[in-house]
Structures are given as C-alpha cells and as structure tokens.
Design a binder for this molecule. Structure first.
Ligand SMILES: [Zn+2]
Length: 199
C-alpha cells in the first residue's frame, strides 16, 4: 500500500493592524500562511499552493483564504508574496532524481563489466539468455580454450528473469557446445545474452 496525499505546514504568522471584519476590533487579527505539499509516505514530494487563515483573538472568528473579504484577502496576498516556498518541499523529487541517476550509473557499469567479461570468460560463469520464445535460460561456461568457449545449457527455461536463480541449481546439458568469443559478443550486443554472473 502506498500512502500519499497532501499536507500543509505553517510558514508564517503575521499580526494585522486593520480591524477585524467581523467584530470591528483593531489589532486583533492574525494571518497564517501555510504551504500545501504533496507527500508519499510523509516524504514531501513537491510544493503545491500556499493557503491561509485569519484568526481574530477577540471574536475568535476564523476565515480561510478562500472565504476572506477583499481587504483581508489583499493583506493575505501581500504576506503570501513575501513568504518563500521552502526547498524541503522538493525532497521527494530530489530523492527520485538521485535514485534514477544512481540506477543509470550502475547500469552503465554493468554494461562495461559485461562487455569485458564476455571476451574473458571463465569456467563457472553463467550467461543469462533470452530465448526466441521470450523465455529465459542459462548458459554455464564449462571450459575456455583460446578463442573457443565451451558451454553447457540449462535443461530448463523460465518466464521470469528472477526465476534464473533456481535454474543455477538445476541440471545442465551433458553435451558441451562450442562458441567463438565473437559469437558470444554478438549475442550480448543483440541483447540475447542479457547479463553475466561470475562468482
Ligand atoms: Zn473579530
């Protein structure tokens, strides 16, 4: 379950010299400015509008910004224009940007590592392979001799990448199939080999 919605935080409280529109008392009205923001799991995601209320300490009347009279409203607008949107209201967006960036960097590192490993395979390496029928299976490097890479193929396929972990423990072909390193490099380039795992 994802908890999300809007919250608000008091940014400013100012005392008005003008009289209260309800009871006519001078110097009795406070105006509050709140920052509304969207949150996910209470982490501020991005700022929304600024809202406010006025409160008279004499007659206790509370008026929300939407319902303010024009004088009160212009006072509120003036105060609001001086209150800056706090930067912390963008925390969630900043966090998402960081996660995406880190994801990009680690993907790039993985690509570089695979490009290197495909040309320097070692016995025991697993190649994760996407089949023509959109299934996933494993190649296990049995032996490397010069440019030739001898591979045992998993006897099983799975429809999810996450299922490949199980396949490592299951049986592989008795027969060994020879590939040239360039062939394997080609398969990696085409996305037929999607990842390499080395102990
Ligand atoms: Zn009042």
């Amino acid at each position: 379950m994802i908890v999300y919605g809007t919250r608000s935080k008091e940014l400013s409280k100012e005392h008005l010299v003008d009289k209260c529109p309800n009871c006519g008392t001078h110097n009795s009205v406070d105006v509050y400015v709140f920052q509304k923001y969207a949150h996910v799991f209470w982490i501020p995601l991005f700022p929304m509008s600024k809202i406010g209320v006025s409160e008279c300490s004499h007659c206790k009347q509370v008026v929300r910004s939407k319902e303010m009279s024009s004088t009160l409203k212009s006072n509120f607008e003036e105060i609001k224009s001086r209150v800056k949107t706090p930067i912390w209201t963008f925390s969630g967006l900043a966090l998402i940007a960081i996660i995406i960036t880190v994801g990009f960097i680690s993907d790039k590192k993985k690509d570089e590592r695979n490009a290197q490993w495909i040309l320097t395979p070692q016995a025991g390496d697993f190649f994760e392979v996407r089949t023509d029928t959109r299934q996933y299976t494993l190649f296990k490097v049995d032996q490397v001799e010069g440019d030739s890479v001898f591979i045992r193929m998993s006897s099983y396929e799975t429809n999810k990448i996450s299922g490949l972990t199980d396949l490592k423990k299951k049986e592989f072909s008795e027969d060994v199939f020879g590939f040239a390193k360039s062939e394997l490099q080609d398969m990696l380039g085409k996305g037929e080999i999607i990842d390499i795992e080395r102990k």
